[in-house]
Ligand binder design. Sequence first.
Ligand code: HEC
Length: 121
Amino acid sequence: MNKYLLMMLLAITSMCLHSPAVNAESAKDNYRTYCMQCHGMTGLGMGVNIQDMSVQPRDHTDAKAMGTRTDVELFKVIKEGGLAISKSSLMPPWADTLTDQEIHDLVKHLRTLCNCEYSTK
Ligand code: HEC
């Protein structure tokens, strides 16, 4: 086996070993790419689009509001859009853009932004 092949193998193995961190990173990247323009740089809901929006984007750091949503609901609203959970159509559906895995990772990312879990309290 030549050196180059060995290096490639090592690189691939280390990528696999680190995949949870990579998922968290890519969820952050996806958030910055697809969500930031409405939900804002840090999820506060102050994106550049908001001046012209009749319904304001959710503040994803609002633990009280985000805590009323189950992970299943969050998944659904990201995948199918606001209308899927009787919210505004200004929240777009991402089914054609993101894979289910990426959406799951985004749900986890949202939980880190709000620092909350679903709670009935
Ligand atoms: C074009 C603007 C826009 C973009 C882009 C956008 N959103 Fe939204 N989002 C909204 C608006 C507006 C609402 C509030 C809808 C309402 O309250 O009726 C919302 C609501 C939500 C909610 C529901 C919160 C709740 O429980 O009420 C979640 C979760 C969410 N967005 C996640 C995301 C994620 C993740 C992305 C990126 C993949 C994203 N949004 C991109 C506008 C946007």
